[in-house]
Write a protein that binds this ligand. Structure first.
Ligand code: G3P
Length: 217
């Protein structure tokens, strides 16, 4: 399973990239706003830092304007995945862009049927938002299971990119279902490394090792 980080914060991206475990980055207009940076500048910087796919989202809602914005975004770097919304115009843009060899991430997906449409439009990635589903009292992960079944039934190449992740259990469930990619906030990715027994175990080993009076090498 690939790990993307959902942020436009260069400091966080750099730190996670240094771990060697980061496969890509996703951004959205809200994350760009949070970064306080110029959109095109920050996306270019991220794409230079991380070799994997970097999602940059169009803000237009009509097809022609989306295509104009996509043209600017895809010229920033070879690893840009243009992010388009799951609307009729968005899927038309998806079909045109992927037909032209551009990676496309279809975002704001909330049903398995929408994911089916995105796959038929040739999307490289489909982004179902699990956390926002949970927020309104539904089980977001059920949609991931349904999409996995549908994509496997028809051998769709579209990768399931689980988005709107709120906690490590979403990542565990994504891996068990066989999602292709997760994108999570930096804090959630950092949580994956942590366990109190790991910390306690390290302290115990360090204390016992000190008592041996030895050193390695
Ligand atoms: O980038 C798309 C998605 O991950 C947004 O998550 O937390 O705003 O629901 P959130």
């Amino acid at each position: 399973m690939k790990f993307f980080v959902d942020t436009a914060d260069i400091g966080d991206i750099r730190e996670l990239a240094e771990s060697g475990l980061l496969d890509g980055v996703t951004t959205n207009p809200s994350l760009i706003h949070k970064s306080g940076r110029n959109f095109l500048e920050v996306v270019k910087e991220i794409a230079d830092l991380v070799p994997g796919p970097v999602s940059a989202e169009v803000v237009a809602t009509d097809h022609d304007e989306m295509m104009r914005e996509a043209e600017i975004l895809r010229k920033l770097a070879d690893n840009i995945a243009v992010k388009v919304p799951l609307t009729l115009d968005g899927l038309k843009a998806c079909r045109a862009l992927t037909g032209d060899g551009t990676m496309v991430n279809v975002t704001l997906c909330f049903t398995a049927n929408q994911a089916l449409l995105a796959a038929k439009a040739g999307a490289s990635f489909i982004s179902p938002f699990v956390g926002r589903h949970d927020d309104i009292g539904f089980d977001g992960m059920e949609i991931i299971s349904d999409i996995r079944i549908i994509y496997d039934n028809y051998d769709f190449a579209t990768e399931i990119l689980v988005a709107s992740i709120r906690h490590p259990v979403h990542i565990l469930q994504s891996a068990k279902i066989g999602a292709d990619v997760i994108t999570a906030p930096p804090a959630v990715i950092r949580q994956l490394f942590k366990h109190p027994l790991t910390d306690r175990g390290l302290e115990g080993f360090a204390a016992d090792w000190a008592k041996t009076g030895q050193s390695i090498g």
